[in-house]
Design a protein around this ligand. Structure first.
Ligand code: AMP
Length: 120
């Protein structure tokens, strides 16, 4: 597992060095609009603590942090009003997963029919 890079763009957003379109915040997470949206709704949810990827988050974050993260996802989905029509969550991980920013984040995509999950 690679070491956490404190200069990644989401770390800068968490420190308030770069602005974001904030959607939700609590003690565990920050959620903001993706700067390059792939759907009418495209929100990123990130833990406030430093985890490179879903792998690290799932293996190293405490039970409270993990529960806090997913409780927040549920609140955000309610706040966005997308639960009934449906939505997609994606956690790109590592090289083959196409992860660009090395701070764990969950994409929430919604607002239209998103089609097949992945191309071959
Ligand atoms: P991933 O490929 O899963 O690492 O996704 C990274 C996402 O971060 C991409 O969808 C980018 O559009 C998004 N992104 C990069 N920089 C910013 C930023 N400053 N504010 C909001 N979203 C960003």
């Amino acid at each position: 597992m690679s070491a956490y890079d404190p200069n990644n763009i989401f770390a800068k957003i968490l420190r308030g060095e770069i602005p974001c379109g904030k959607v939700y915040e609590d003690e565990f997470v920050l959620a903001f609009n993706d700067v390059n949206p792939k759907a009418p709704v495209h929100v990123l949810v990130i833990p406030k603590k430093d985890y490179v990827s879903l792998t690290e988050f799932s293996q190293l974050a405490s039970a409270d942090e993990q529960a806090g993260f997913f409780h927040a996802v549920g609140k955000i989905v309610d706040q966005l009003g997308i639960a009934e029509a449906g939505y997609r969550t994606i956690a790109n991980t590592g090289l083959n997963g196409g992860q660009e920013v090395p701070h764990f984040h969950l994409h929430i995509l919604a607002g239209k029919s998103l089609g097949p999950m992945v191309s071959k």
